[in-house]
Design a protein around this ligand. Structure first.
Ligand SMILES: CC(C)(COP(=O)(O)OP(=O)(O)OC[C@H]1O[C@@H](n2cnc3c(N)ncnc32)[C@H](O)[C@@H]1OP(=O)(O)O)[C@@H](O)C(=O)NCCC(=O)NCCS
Length: 199
């Protein structure tokens, strides 16, 4: 098993793992076209941090992706890939208008007063369901943190669900993440913002 940087051309595999790992989550309901646009934009951006795990048969079985600077990252991604996101936006507008509204309202989640967004952010981590529990997630977080350090980041934050999510919270706690604050996204999804100091 190896950990390496995923290529932009692997965005469809990341999308597939996302759909398997995050069944029934809001972003998954937007469909593979949107997710592929999103992951492709992340992988193209020089400010992203991305790691994937490949098994002994050469199969990509997990990934973690985020940004070296949380503040404004998604806005910059949309600007840099405007046409691709615009076309996805039009498609979602006709198929799921309410979902588009929810997406736009929740794009910038750092609205708490003393949160300046001045940290790296782990935006997505997923392991193929049949490879879970084998230490892959833990190793990917360690690689993500190492790359964040080389980019001069002093803290890493992430967002995760507050309710029915004890397993994932336990997983993050084991890697040293602590509660930064709690908040609620539109329409009424309570979340934790977790944070870890790297220095
Ligand atoms: C969350 C996820 C990335 C964890 O990856 P993983 O490879 O399964 O986890 P690991 O095997 O690396 O576990 C690392 C540690 O967390 C603990 N842990 C993992 N899953 C756990 C669970 N369900 N309950 C309690 N502890 C758990 C492990 O026991 C391990 O502890 P140890 O180091 O003391 O042995 C993976 O399960 C996944 O993709 N889940 C679906 C997507 C998701 O929810 N992502 C996070 C969104 S915020």
């Amino acid at each position: 098993m190896i950990h390496r940087k995923p290529a932009v051309s692997e965005s469809k595999i990341l999308t597939q793992i996302h759909l398997e790992a995050f069944e029934d989550f809001f972003l998954s309901t937007l469909g593979s076209g949107f997710l592929n646009t999103y992951y492709s934009a992340c992988l193209k951006s020089t400010e992203s941090i991305s790691i994937c795990t490949v098994d002994d048969n050469g199969r990509l079985i997990g990934f973690s992706i985020g940004s070296a600077k949380a503040k404004g990252y998604h806005k910059r991604l949309v600007k840099q890939n405007f046409l691709a996101f615009f076309l996805q936006g039009i498609a979602i507008l006709f198929s799921k208008p309410y979902a588009l509204w929810r997406l736009v309202l929740n794009m910038e989640k750092n609205k708490i007063n003393d949160d300046d967004g001045n940290y790296a952010e782990l935006l997505s981590i997923a392991v193929s369901p049949n490879a879970k529990g084998a230490g892959i997630g833990k190793e990917m977080i360690a690689h993500f943190e190492a790359e964040a350090k080389t980019k001069g980041c002093k803290k890493i934050a992430l967002t995760t669900d507050y309710y029915n999510n004890d397993d994932v919270i336990a997983f993050y706690r084991k890697s040293g993440y602590e509660v930064f604050y709690e908040f609620t996204t539109y329409p009424n999804r309570k979340m934790y913002k977790l944070i870890k100091n790297l220095v």
